[in-house]
Design a protein around this ligand. Structure first.
Ligand SMILES: [Zn+2]
Length: 309
């Protein structure tokens, strides 16, 4: 073994990486493998990449752009402006630059445009009147807006930058909340539902620290300002606990994600029939919804009602 200092030690595989090229090859191979394993893409897919401007989504954009050069597929950048001063403006700048640099079409919208409120305004509503944290609005609205932009772009896939860490956290969080329904929503393969562009997560087998290292080693431009409203809720506690577990027992995150995959693939066939019955349409936007109004519009109506009082 050469006496050089490794740039990265992959503990769960007991593997050392000594050069940037070697590390990059591993990352690209892993992403391609994940895409193929779950048949995330066709050779001519029209892929909308959801890019916030942070290191994960910017790395995803640059990596997909590299991989997809071999295919007759199309890539679009979609970006949602949250309207958070000192944060969203920086994100927008990073994303616009990337669109220019890579020569990819950019589709933008904002919460203000779609729901009449931006997150700064939501956060200014007094705590006792708010009932929900700003992050709740942001999470629900982002999901809606990403689908809206993907439809607008004419995409047949939406790629998001969720990592192995994100997936493992979400699975544990939903176990603790007792929500099997939410675990079943984490399908690793693209799912067809009317008016919803199928979602894929090409980073679902990469550790967050591997994505961060890739961004750093390859000088990927990104916004490193954290969101001022970033909550330290349940996910944060699970995140810290999972890091300890992963450190002591490398491979723990993988085991959790594999477990989630098994639940999804073995339960979904039976659930499918029930699911089809359960899907209604939102009376405002027409997107699939469990209730008569989707969650995104329920939150908007909640704010409007507050404002009228
Ligand atoms: Zn709706």
């Amino acid at each position: 073994m050469p006496s050089k200092t490794p740039i990265y030690y992959k503990k769960d595989a007991n593997r050392y990486f000594y050069s940037i090229e070697e590390f990059n090859r591993y990352i690209i191979k892993k992403v391609k493998k994940t895409i193929n394993k779950w048949r995330m893409l066709e050779i001519d897919s029209k892929i909308a990449v959801a890019v916030s401007g942070g290191k994960d989504s910017m790395s995803l954009l640059y990596i997909l752009e590299k991989i997809e050069r071999e295919f007759p597929s199309e890539l679009y950048i979609i970006h949602v402006d949250e309207g958070i001063k000192g944060y969203s403006d920086k994100n927008l700048e990073v994303v616009k630059n990337a669109s220019r640099e890579l020569g990819l079409p950019l589709y933008i919208t904002s919460y203000r445009e779609l729901f009449d409120y931006n997150i700064d305004k939501v956060a200014n509503i007094s705590i006792d009147e708010r009932r929900f944290a700003p992050c709740t609005f942001c999470g629900v609205w982002r999901r809606w807006a990403i689908n809206y932009l993907a439809l607008k772009a004419g995409a047949d896939r939406v790629a998001t930058a969720h990592s192995l860490d994100d997936e493992a956290q979400t699975i544990l969080m939903n176990i603790l909340k007792g929500s099997l329904e939410n675990i079943l929503k984490l399908k690793p393969y693209p799912e067809r539902v009317d008016n919803i562009v199928p979602r894929i997560k090409p980073f679902r087998e990469l550790y967050e620290k591997e994505i961060a290292l890739y961004a750093m080693l390859n000088n990927i431009p990104y916004n490193d300002i954290p969101c001022p409203y970033a909550e330290e809720g349940m996910r944060w506690d699970i995140r810290i606990w999972l890091y300890e577990q992963e450190d002591q027992r490398p491979g723990t995150l993988f085991n959790i994600v594999r477990f989630g995959e098994r639940i999804v693939t073995q339960t979904c066939i039976h659930e499918k029939a029930k699911e089809i019955q359960r899907i209604n349409k939102c009376s405002i936007c027409g997107f699939p919804s469990a209730k008569s109004v989707c969650k995104a519009h329920e939150l908007m109506l909640f704010l409007k009602k507050k404002a009228m009082k």
